[in-house]
Design a protein around this ligand. Structure first.
Ligand SMILES: Cc1cc2nc3c(=O)[nH]c(=O)nc-3n(C[C@H](O)[C@H](O)[C@H](O)COP(=O)(O)OP(=O)(O)OC[C@H]3O[C@@H](n4cnc5c(N)ncnc54)[C@H](O)[C@@H]3O)c2cc1C
Ligand code: FES
Length: 244
């Protein structure tokens, strides 16, 4: 983990309430796709955890949805500096991908899939990506994944774009060697049930410290108690114990 100051390079709306922010700073602690950063905001006690969407040299890209006062404050920033903890969380294990991995992202679970897809494509994998949204106006990053050479399927719940339904409706039709996913818990549960291979799931749990010290994110798994922020946020399908 590293604490450092990043400079805002750009902050641009992708949809009505989803923004992409590029920051320049020391990215050396970021070692795997699926890790997250924790951002200090003026006047707010708790930092805000946001997944690494991409990292190239000293440029960190995050994509975030405005849901409350922290992300709302971020959406208004055009320039300036942010105090950020980097290198948090375990990240996805790329060695388990096999030749034809499938990546499923739902809503703000889409951003961490981008760096993962880029790394898997660099290894020559045949990568399928399923992006799930409620409706057409919420869609972002379809073209970015296509530009990486991924086979992209978009699902919308209301059928206004792509395949009507959920990411699992697309998953059922696919042939894949391993799955990687991030999204809201109901989606993760559905992927858990619908998947026919092993896979890795990232949980966006509410957090306190974000680096393993407060136990605020502790949860029970089949392999004992784990802290989502430090032992996760990525868990293997086989170790997950759903609360109900
Ligand atoms: C590992 C991880 C990765 C994440 N990656 C992304 C991402 O890439 N893009 C994105 O848009 N969002 C992501 N989130 C969710 C994001 O952290 C929250 O939406 C954000 O903290 C909300 O802050 P706020 O001040 O706008 O909302 P408020 O509701 O005002 O926040 C109040 C408190 O609750 C926490 N909180 C609120 N919602 C969430 C949530 N869904 N998950 C965790 N904590 C929450 C906040 O951190 C803050 O401490 C991630 C969460 C985690 C844990
Ligand atoms: S948030 Fe403090 S231990 Fe995970």
């Amino acid at each position: 983990m590293k604490q450092s100051i990043f400079e805002i390079v750009s902050n641009q709306a992708l949809t009505a309430n989803v923004y992409r922010m590029e920051l320049r700073g020391d990215t050396s602690a970021i070692t795997a796709p699926g890790q997250f950063v924790n951002i200090q905001l003026d006047g707010m006690y708790l930092r805000r955890p946001i997944s690494v969407c991409d990292v190239q040299g000293d440029i960190l890209t995050i994509v975030y949805k405005v849901v409350g006062k922290g992300t709302e404050a971020m959406s208004r920033m055009e320039s300036g500096k942010l105090d950020i903890l980097t290198g948090l969380g375990n990240g996805y294990d790329l060695t388990l991908a096999g030749e034809k991995p499938v990546l499923l992202g739902g809503g703000v679970g889409v951003p961490p899939m981008y760096l993962l897809a880029r790394k898997l494509r660099e290894q020559g994998k045949e990568v399928s990506v399923i992006l799930g949204f409620n409706t057409k106006d919420e869609i972002f990053y379809e073209q970015e994944f296509k530009a990486l050479g991924c086979a992209v399927t978009v699902t919308t719940v209301d059928g206004s774009y792509g395949l009507k339904g959920f990411v699992t409706d697309a998953l059922k039709t696919m042939d894949y060697t391993h799955f990687y996913t991030c999204g809201p818990e109901p989606m993760l549960k559905a992927v858990y049930r619908a998947s026919v291979t092993s896979g890795q799931m990232s949980f966006e749990e509410r957090m306190g410290c974000g680096f393993g010290a407060c136990m605020g994110c502790s949860c029970k798994t089949l392999t004992g108690y784990k802290r989502i922020c430090k032992d996760g946020p990525v868990m293997m399908k086989e170790e997950i114990l759903w609360a109900q």
